[in-house]
Design a protein around this ligand. Structure first.
Ligand code: HEC
Ligand code: HEC
Ligand code: HEC
Ligand code: HEC
Ligand code: HEC
Ligand code: HEC
Ligand code: HEC
Length: 391
């Protein structure tokens, strides 16, 4: 049946292959095979991440920092990495980082009691910096117990998981409770190391891979040999429709094939019929004109689905990440060192009536522009600044 990756601890990751990426979307289906007598269930650890900017300018915040830090995280979460930098009059300090291996990951409470935390606290109490940028990463453990039988091997069971990912690098672990050092590690990145769909091996929808599912999930694309695509795609691809902002054409669950998806010529997988960006221009013709007319085009403008989710998203404009994290996942160095020296890049309200936050796209057009550096305003640097700083 499936050709999974090498087996360790009898846990086999069937979909996706370790060499593929599952990171083009925020939530993905993962199929894992384990022996039936595996134990109490499959422990799956996915990453979580949070970022905060804290004003550390006053004695009051300095004195209460330890308590506020502790209260700031849900009790079940763990810490894998904490990285922080301070804002001084001449910019942000180089970030300092503490990290822990998966098997040594600790709860917030344990971290709170370590010498590392005491040192961190002392630093905060003595710093001359005005702000603290705090990024904390950790793992969220979920125990999965319901399985499907593996119809090809009676001694094994299949787990079907929907996993949420964080921007940039993810390390996901599959294992048994209490044996974290033996867990199976899966790594995946957001851009740029992700592979486009058509280059991925082991794509799911073909009659061989679907064999195990068709007894219960009727009308799968491969099950009908490419005749029709009337399966309820959303039963399995739940995450695609579940978010705050839904893409107009993806709201009709049985309409996946008429507008966008079809069989590959060899009938072995489901593809985007016309490919990106052509499929998008069918309806968003004005974007095609806007981009082709632009003097300066964003080099990645045609990869619409790198930035936008074609199905649904938590973010406005169907963006896969919030703007800062989306842009800096490729422009990593601009997180701290943007050429407009010391200018805030987020976390401040625009000084107009819109009540919106300043972001990369307050100044840049993400698709293309008349102006160099994809700037929204032309006329030299003064004019750029005068958009918001009229005097
Ligand atoms: C024994 C019958 C059976 C088999 C075999 C089966 N499924 Fe399911 N599956 C179900 C049922 C029942 C549901 C729940 C449907 C619902 O919530 O509407 C489900 C739900 C799912 C979901 C959604 C999970 C969630 O988050 O709730 C996914 C994904 C899924 N199946 C994938 C698969 C895949 C992939 C295969 C083949 C490897 C497969 N299933 C084989 C019965 C089966
Ligand atoms: C039984 C569950 C199930 C159903 C029903 C289902 N899919 Fe999938 N699909 C999967 C799994 C598992 C994958 C592989 C993991 C992933 O890419 O998220 C997948 C992957 C895909 C991919 C990526 C390319 C590939 O072949 O791996 C596309 C596109 C896709 N499905 C479209 C559809 C469409 C359209 C329908 C409805 C006609 C549908 N799926 C119904 C389980 C299902
Ligand atoms: C079948 C027509 C159709 C296709 C194909 C299509 N879209 Fe859309 N799209 C729509 C409609 C309708 C809306 C909702 C328009 C609105 O609310 O103004 C929309 C909205 C959007 C929005 C949100 C606009 C906003 O202001 O929030 C984005 C972003 C978007 N589409 C991107 C894409 C991308 C990327 C593709 C290709 C992967 C694509 N669309 C393909 C019809 C389509
Ligand atoms: C580098 C990331 C990126 C790429 C690639 C990208 N977009 Fe966007 N797009 C954005 C961002 C960010 C916004 C929100 C802009 C804002 O809020 O001012 C946006 C907004 C939009 C909107 C709604 C607002 C508007 O400007 O009309 C549409 C529609 C859209 N994009 C379509 C597309 C299409 C079609 C493609 C492919 C040809 C594409 N985008 C490629 C980042 C991107
Ligand atoms: C998928 C990766 C990717 C993402 C995401 C991305 N960019 Fe880019 N961007 C590039 C590449 C590649 C170039 C071309 C760089 C070069 O030529 O050196 C570029 C160029 C630029 C330039 C022009 C540089 C110049 O000198 O002309 C600006 C400005 C820019 N990006 C801003 C943004 C903003 C704002 C966002 C978020 C909306 C964003 N980028 C998201 C990959 C990306
Ligand atoms: C306040 C306005 C403003 C904001 C906010 C802003 N930029 Fe810029 N950016 C500029 C200006 C102005 C330039 C041109 C600087 C120059 O030519 O010296 C520029 C240049 C760039 C360049 C090209 C020059 C280079 O260093 O390669 C990139 C890439 C870029 N910005 C990315 C970003 C990203 C990513 C963000 C969000 C994290 C962002 N910018 C936020 C105004 C802004
Ligand atoms: C899209 C709107 C926008 C543009 C364009 C813009 N700024 Fe700003 N700028 C802001 C906002 C919002 C703040 C934060 C305001 C505050 O703290 O009161 C800010 C703050 C500043 C500050 C104070 C920084 C600090 O740390 O307190 C300086 C200096 C500044 N901008 C210079 C510039 C220059 C130079 C340019 C042109 C390259 C520019 N800005 C373009 C919106 C903008």
């Amino acid at each position: 049946m499936f050709l999974g990756d090498a087996t360790r601890n009898n846990i086999t990751l069937l979909i996706p292959f370790e060499s593929d990426s599952l990171s083009f979307d925020q939530g993905k289906i993962v199929v894992v095979s384990v022996p039936k007598d595996f134990g109490k269930g499959l422990l799956v650890s996915t990453q979580w991440e949070t970022e905060k900017v804290i004003d550390v300018n006053t004695k009051q915040t300095k004195d209460n920092f330890a308590k506020e830090f502790y209260k700031g995280f849900p009790p079940q979460t763990t810490i894998q990495m904490i990285s922080y930098s301070y804002k001084f009059y001449n910019g942000w300090s180089k970030p300092e980082t503490l990290s822990y291996k998966y098997s040594d990951t600790m709860s917030i409470r344990s971290f709170w009691q370590t010498p590392n935390f005491s040192n961190f606290l002392q630093q905060i109490q003595s710093t001359n910096g005005s702000m603290l940028l705090l990024c904390v990463k950790g793992w969220k453990d979920t125990l999965w117990s319901t399985t499907h039988d593996d119809s090809n091997d009676e001694s094994r069971a299949l787990f079907m998981l929907q996993l949420q990912l964080v921007p940039a690098e993810n390390r996901i672990y599959f294992g048994v409770p209490g044996k974290k050092d033996e867990a199976y590690e899966y790594k995946t990145d957001f851009v740029p190391r992700s592979k486009p769909l058509e280059e991925r091996e082991g794509r799911f929808h073909n009659s061989r891979f679907e064999q195990n599912c068709i007894s219960c999930h009727e009308g799968l694309p491969g099950a009908s040999n490419g005749q029709s695509m009337n399966a309820e795609c959303g039963v399995c691809h739940k995450e695609k429709m579940g978010d705050l902002f839904t893409h107009g054409p993806a709201t009709e669950p049985k309409d996946c094939s008429s507008l966008c998806h079809s069989w590959s010529p060899d009938k072995k997988s489901v593809i985007v019929t016309k490919g990106v960006p052509v499929v998008c221009y069918d309806c968003h013709n004005e974007k095609k004109d806007e981009i082709s007319a632009a003097n300066f085009k964003h080099k990645v403008a045609g990869d619409c689905a790198t930035c936008h989710s074609p199905h649904s998203s938590h973010n406005p404009a169907l963006l896969k990440r919030d703007v800062f994290r989306l842009c800096t996942s490729c422009h990593q160095s601009h997180k701290m060192n943007h050429p407009v020296d010391k200018h805030p890049l987020r976390f401040v309200k625009l000084n107009d009536k819109s009540n919106e936050e300043l972001s990369c796209v307050s100044c840049h057009n993400p698709h293309g522009s008349e102006n160099a550096s994809l700037l929204k305003a032309g006329g030299g640097s003064m004019a750029v600044c005068m958009q918001c700083h009229q005097k």
